[in-house]
Design a protein around this ligand. Structure first.
Ligand SMILES: Cc1cc2nc3c(=O)[nH]c(=O)nc-3n(C[C@H](O)[C@H](O)[C@H](O)COP(=O)(O)OP(=O)(O)OC[C@H]3O[C@@H](n4cnc5c(N)ncnc54)[C@H](O)[C@@H]3O)c2cc1C
Length: 455
């Protein structure tokens, strides 16, 4: 791959950057430095500790299929606890069970048929299981609602929609199936495993908070906290990384930040800016509040707020510790809605549900779930990124390349280090024949132009 003394800089100490560093270290490299703009590592894994208990402002859960996160947790001896998933209820307090919803709307036979169709599709389309989003079949570029309809997956998929909106992954009418099916496959196989192990819980979370895991990983690496990278400049065969604390020189750079940040750091690469312009985000706020007179053993998914015209209204409320009256409230929002408005909406909604917000402890607004439209996927967005990987020693990882979960992000970083970086020509012969890499042509939008990317 590279000579053993190669100097690597990684930008961003979220799960993407830190897992790339671990993978490089496993390959025997030791000159690895990570630059993080915040005062702590973790990125969108961010724990707020209140009265000794962690409340997650970012990622919370692992399913049984989060193998990569579990490997890292094991390696660093991070204790995990089962996450007792409180009953899901809608705003009227009605328990919202998958089997009740399906049972009321579909027969058992229809459910079995949809399950078989789903398993068949995941074998056929592979994309759901493989790392990355290159060469996605055209059907997966349809929005999720159309994909469900096309493959008659309603008995399986429709109960998932309020949950997906609640988790901040947007609306089935807007999001290409390629993304949702990646998440769905993790949840589906975890559920199946739960059924096969006779109900052993499939959800877990680190005992001391999710961020503790990543801070422990970071403490084993050379991480420069409080070091926002301002610019990355070419210097002969090397790269100069400029931070507020000075400039350092590296041979290889891995950017584990969103594409717009990468484009700003590397203004001399116009293709980056073109690709970054295509990426969409959701504004997603997590608010930690104390509530009196409210049940703790429930996670509320407020179905009436799951439409786009309800932006700024809370969509999910959960209490992670049954012995504390502290709740996390999730809200899809946008730039036009200010924080005061969101807090007012939360208080009113909870009041209407019979509770009373007595204190707002903290809140955090994220620019969440980087993704592109189906048309952009079809026009070769991901293949264009693949073509950029490794050029002049620049590499890219992060949520947009696979899917916005910790597990998918680690999978992609591992793939980057273990496959793409190992074989400079990371697409092998047979793959490249079938992939017929497509040229990115966003403005024309006439679908893919077949073309092999020259490295
Ligand atoms: C509310 C919420 C709930 C979630 N729930 C789950 C869940 O239950 N399970 C799950 O698996 N995932 C969940 N996720 C998603 C998960 O957190 C992300 O997929 C994951 O953190 C992405 O990792 P990343 O490294 O790509 O990006 P990030 O975590 O965003 O890390 C990027 C890092 O780059 C740093 N950075 C940015 N600019 C610069 C710069 N100029 N210089 C230096 N550093 C810079 C940032 O500060 C950040 O630390 C959730 C996320 C949110 C917000």
């Amino acid at each position: 791959m590279f000579h053993s003394g190669t100097r690597f800089a990684i930008i961003g100490a979220g799960p993407g950057g830190l897992s790339a560093a671990l993978a490089l270290r496993k390959k025997g490299y030791s000159n690895i430095e990570i630059f993080e703009k915040e005062t702590a590592a973790g990125g969108k894994v961010n724990s707020y500790i209140y009265e000794g208990k962690p409340y997650e402002l970012g990622a919370i859960l692992l399913t049984a299929n989060f193998h990569e996160v579990k490997k890292i947790a094991d390696e660093f001896s991070i204790p995990m606890r089962n996450y007792h998933s409180p009953s899901l209820v809608d705003e009227d307090g009605k328990i919202y069970r998958f089997k009740d919803w399906t049972g009321a709307n579909f027969s058992k036979l229809e459910l079995i048929k949809a399950t078989i169709r789903y398993v068949w599709l995941s074998v056929q389309e592979k994309t759901q299981m493989q790392v990355g989003l290159e060469a996605v079949p055209d059907s997966l570029t349809l929005t999720m609602d159309k994909y469900i309809c096309m493959h008659k997956l309603e008995p399986l998929s429709h109960p998932m929609e309020p949950m997906m909106v609640g988790l901040g992954y947007g609306y089935f009418k807007e999001i290409p199936a390629a993304y949702i099916m990646k998440l769905f496959s993790l949840l589906f196989w975890a559920k199946l495993r739960k059924a096969l192990t006779f109900g052993k819980t499939s959800l877990s979370t680190p005992v001391h908070g999710y961020q503790h895991l990543w801070q422990t990983v970071a403490s084993s690496l050379a991480v420069h906290l409080n070091s926002p990278v301002e610019k990355i400049e070419k210097d002969g065969h090397c790269w100069k990384v400029k931070t507020v604390n000075g400039t350092k020189t590296f041979d290889q750079i891995i950017l584990s930040v969103t594409p717009d940040i990468s484009a700003n750091l590397l203004p001399e690469i116009p293709q980056l800016a073109r690709l970054a312009k295509e990426v969409r985000y959701y504004d997603y706020q997590v608010t930690v509040v104390k509530i009196d007179n409210f049940e703790r053993e429930k996670t509320w998914y407020l179905r009436k707020n799951r439409q786009r015209d309800q932006l700024g209204q809370p969509i999910a409320i959960t209490s992670p510790h049954p012995d504390a009256n502290v709740y996390m409230v999730y809200t899809q929002t946008d730039k036009t809605i200010n924080e005061d408005q969101i807090l007012t909406n939360i208080k009113l909604t909870i009041q209407q549900m019979g509770g009373m917000v007595t204190e707002v402890l903290t809140h955090k607004k994220w620019r969440y779930f980087p993704h592109v439209s189906g048309k952009t996927i079809k026009s070769g967005f991901y293949e264009a990124w693949a073509g950029l990987q490794g050029r002049d020693g620049l590499w890219f990882t992060g949520g947009v390349f696979n899917f916005e979960t910790v597990e998918h992000t680690i999978q992609y970083s591992n793939h980057l280090v273990n496959n793409m970086m190992t074989q400079q020509n990371h697409l092998n012969q047979s793959e490249s024949k079938t992939l017929m890499l497509r040229k990115f042509s966003p403005s024309k939008g006439k679908g893919p132009v077949t073309h092999k990317i020259a490295k």
